[in-house]
Design a binder for this molecule. Structure first.
Ligand code: 5GP
Length: 116
């Protein structure tokens, strides 16, 4: 059984976060340490520690991350100029929180690397 992270508490609203979107599959909230004017984390409500733990049954839920990313990019006004989606895996990928999450970054030209 995977160990819960702070993100499970955010999903259950046990600790505060600036939640922008939530449904039965995913939750999206602003990163506490933003590296761009828009820096949002989009996560499955189910605890999957890393991309290495993804299974075929998760495909629908993980697809939802992208439709929510598209909606939030529109909402943030960054769709036209562009943005970046990042998922880090394990130490070499720069992963710090072991509950998979998609970073959505935008609002300025991003340069080569940002998170990790
Ligand atoms: P990773 O390096 O694992 O891909 O990214 C984890 C991200 O989670 C980091 O960008 C970090 O700033 C963010 N983060 C860590 N703890 C919290 C928290 O308690 N609240 C929020 N909103 N973001 C967090």
């Amino acid at each position: 059984m995977a160990e819960e992270t702070i993100f499970s508490k955010i999903i259950r609203k046990e600790i505060p976060a600036d939640i922008l979107y939530q449904d039965d599959m995913v939750t999206a909230f602003r990163d506490i340490n933003p590296r761009a004017p828009s820096h949002i984390l989009i996560i499955p409500n189910k605890l999957i520690p890393t991309v290495n733990d993804v299974e075929a049954d998760d495909e629908m839920m993980l697809g939802r991350l992208f439709t929510v990313a598209r909606k939030l990019a529109e909402q943030e006004g960054v769709s036209e100029d562009g943005y970046r989606l990042i998922m880090n895996c394990n130490p070499h990928g720069g992963q710090e929180v072991y509950h998979i999450h998609m970073h959505l970054l935008g609002g300025r030209p991003l340069g080569p690397m940002l998170v990790g």
